[in-house]
Write a protein that binds this ligand. Structure first.
Ligand SMILES: [Zn+2]
Length: 328
């Protein structure tokens, strides 16, 4: 092993074969495609298992633990999509995904499809190193390799396009507990509503829903942003789906972060039609919503007995603190 790699330098090492592969990209003879964090090539196992790929990190690191957490998550998502693309294109029975690093200390993986017509289906690829390629299968594939790898690349593109971006838009509907003040308050500009909420949070309540899936937790109304959508359009679509409400005005009050990545946009929101003046506002039935209710803001801020989820209470605390960003 070249001793220069034991320092895990992040510069492109002239003596590291995988740094050279990353630098060559499309000029590498086995190149398939690149994603933001990895370069994909056919790799050594493709000579024996059609559809096998090598996935090489763009950074000269020995171990995934050396990646910063957001990069680690993004790299794992890319591996997940690549594995799915191979499985779908090759109709593999199962997948071997291995990270060696014994020969080259540069983070990379081998993704090897395994098939139901193999002669030794229960053995690992390295246990079969001495078996000639033609003896690995009862029947051999007639599909040209170039075609198969083109199919994997286009399947991967489809997988990545279909992947939901991890962002959401969500709404706080807030009104004074004192019924006599509600009408006047709801006519104020949203910036003034926000200032009043911040000044006296104990005097307000918010309209929340209990989800009918996942953790069945109480939450603000809203949902995931679709590919190609902006946060406000997503807010409007989700509120229409979950409540049947249209939006008159909205004010971004905070952004929720997690692990150094933005997760969602939180709005103080005013619906059209005076829904917030009603104790049980009219709404269209939605499978996702188990029930909806007015809950005092103070209850979320104090959260006695940890009844409400961290994200919901985090949003309430950020709303009252006037934090434009908060992390969980
Ligand atoms: Zn390297």
């Amino acid at each position: 092993m070249d001793s220069s790699h034991s320092q895990h330098t992040q510069s492109l090492g002239a003596s590291c074969a995988l740094c050279q592969l990353v630098a060559l990209k499309a000029n590498h003879p086995d190149f398939i495609c690149e994603l933001p964090h990895v370069v994909i090539t056919r790799g050594p196992f493709s000579k024996r298992w059609p559809g096998a790929l090598q996935v090489t990190s763009k950074r000269h690191l020995r171990d995934p633990g050396q990646l910063k957490y957001p990069h680690f998550i993004h790299t794992q998502s890319e591996l997940y999509a690549i594995e799915n693309a191979i499985r779908r294109s090759t109709r593999a029975h199962h997948m071997n995904v291995v990270k060696f690093g014994n020969v080259v200390e540069h983070l990379h993986w081998h993704l090897i499809p395994r098939f139901s017509n193999e002669t030794h289906p229960q053995k690992t690829p390295w246990e079969l190193a001495d078996v000639p390629p033609e003896a690995l299968f009862h029947t051999s594939s007639t599909q040209p390799l170039d075609l198969l790898y083109a199919e994997i690349a286009s399947e991967l593109k489809a997988q990545l396009l279909a992947a939901q971006p991890p962002y959401f838009s969500t709404a706080f509907f807030v009104r004074p507990l004192d019924q006599a003040q509600q009408s006047i308050f709801l006519q104020l500009p949203l910036t003034e509503q926000h200032a009043a909420i911040r000044a006296q949070p104990d005097a307000f309540e918010c309209f929340l829903m209990q989800r009918n899936y996942l953790d069945f937790a109480w939450d603000t109304f809203g949902g995931e942003i679709d590919p190609g959508e902006n946060p406000v359009d997503a807010l409007k679509r989700e509120l229409n789906e979950e409540l049947g409400w249209a939006i008159e005005r909205q004010l971004e009050v905070t952004r929720q972060w997690s692990n150094g990545m933005i997760r969602g946009f939180v709005y103080l929101t005013l619906p059209e039609g005076g829904s917030l003046l009603q104790n049980t506002p009219a709404r269209t039935p939605c499978d996702e919503v188990k029930q909806a209710a007015w809950i005092p803001l103070k209850t979320l801020l104090d959260n006695p007995g940890n009844v409400y989820s961290r994200p919901l209470c985090g949003r309430a605390l950020a709303l009252v603190a006037g934090q434009t960003d908060f992390s969980l």
